[in-house]
Design a protein around this ligand. Structure first.
Ligand SMILES: Nc1ncnc2c1ncn2[C@@H]1O[C@H](COP(=O)(O)OP(=O)(O)OP(=O)(O)O)[C@@H](O)[C@H]1O
Ligand SMILES: [Mg+2]
Length: 304
């Protein structure tokens, strides 16, 4: 099939898919993900699957969660259907979007160890087009329990597979380690975003992360790509900050996002209100920066 034929086929499939989605949305509502038959209809008709992107850095506090939440929110703002997966037992992405991990019974743990179906753990949020799979402390137990089960690196992949056709993007917020949960995130993903704090030792520790990504690519997910390093917590009053940005651009062995995320009090405050920065302070520099990252992601896809 030639490129034009292929494009025609994709356009046709999208047409069918949109019609089916419209009918289903009208009848039972897109947010009610419970119906397995609905999934079956979607799966058989959709050819364009969500792009799955993991936000990974084993270093703590570099802006993984802040970036995952706000990029997810910004992609939804661009009209994309987005699922945020909280893969961190700390549950920061869940609480940052207003979900109290202690107040929910079902979370990612229950699907990863196999007792609940994927659809049963998806929640809608206050933001249109943005859904979340929450995490809670018991996910830390999954890391230990999984050691003894078959295909343990593919548990998240298996959880996300039936959901892929519902979304344009699935973003995964990873814990600050390179353990089995993070490896599950990498195996389930098409691409990786590496948030890098704009500080003097920015590149330190990245070789270990890049090594892990390489191993996953060799043994488990050969198509895994690095989407880019994302510079975060940039403090323009710090004389060294611009130098660090230049260093990372010169030496990071992969793409680096054009957008640099500024250090901003508003970005740090938003999660305590259970809101993304777009909902907390839409015109702040943090909101503008994350919207710009989302545009870069969508634009890159158009060029590919
Ligand atoms: N651009 C920013 N400006 C100001 N504060 C920020 C910014 N980005 C993140 N923070 C704050 O820094 C702290 C760490 O950020 P975040 O939780 O996103 O990092 P993380 O990499 O997910 O951390 P962990 O490794 O613990 O999961 C949080 O308190 C967050 O609110
Ligand atoms: Mg985090």
């Amino acid at each position: 099939m030639g490129r034009t034929d292929n494009n025609e086929q994709i356009t046709k499939n999208r047409g069918i898919k949109n019609t089916v989605r419209a009918v289903i949305s009208e009848t039972i509502g897109f947010d009610r993900l419970g119906a397995g038959c609905m999934l079956a209809v979607f799966c058989s008709l959709e050819t364009d699957m969500a792009k799955i992107v993991a936000f990974v850095n084993q270093k703590g506090g570099v802006g993984k969660t802040t970036s995952t939440i706000n990029v997810a929110r910004s992609l939804a703002d661009l009209g994309k259907r987005v699922l945020l997966v909280d893969l961190d037992p700390q549950g920061n992405a869940s609480s940052g979007l207003g979900i109290d991990p202690r107040g929910i019974e079902k979370n990612l743990y229950h699907a990863m160890i196999g007792t609940l179906s994927s659809q049963e753990i998806v929640l809608s949020t206050n933001v249109p087009r943005l859904h979340i799979i929450p995490a809670a402390q018991d996910l830390a137990g999954a890391e230990i329990e999984m050691v003894h089960i078959d295909a343990r690196e593919f548990r998240l992949y298996t959880v996300l597979r039936p959901l892929r056709s519902f979304y344009d993007y699935i973003l995964i917020d990873s814990p600050p380690s390179l353990g089995l949960l993070t490896v599950n995130g990498l195996v389930a993903s098409d691409e990786v975003v590496i948030p890098v704090q704009t500080e003097y030792y920015a590149l330190e520790g990245l070789s270990q992360l890049l090594g892990t990504i390489e191993l996953v690519r060799e043994r488990l997910q050969p198509n895994l790509k690095i989407m880019g390093a994302l510079l975060t917590l940039f403090d323009r009053r710090n004389r060294l900050a611009q130098q660090v940005v230049n260093e990372v651009r010169a030496h990071f062995p992969g793409p680096v996002f054009e957008t640099v995320i500024p250090r901003s009090v508003r970005l740090a405050e938003a999660p305590s209100y259970g809101k993304s920065i777009l909902d907390f302070d839409a015109f702040s520099k943090g909101a503008r920066a994350y919207k710009s990252v989302a545009r870069e992601i969508v634009e890159t896809e158009k060029k590919a």
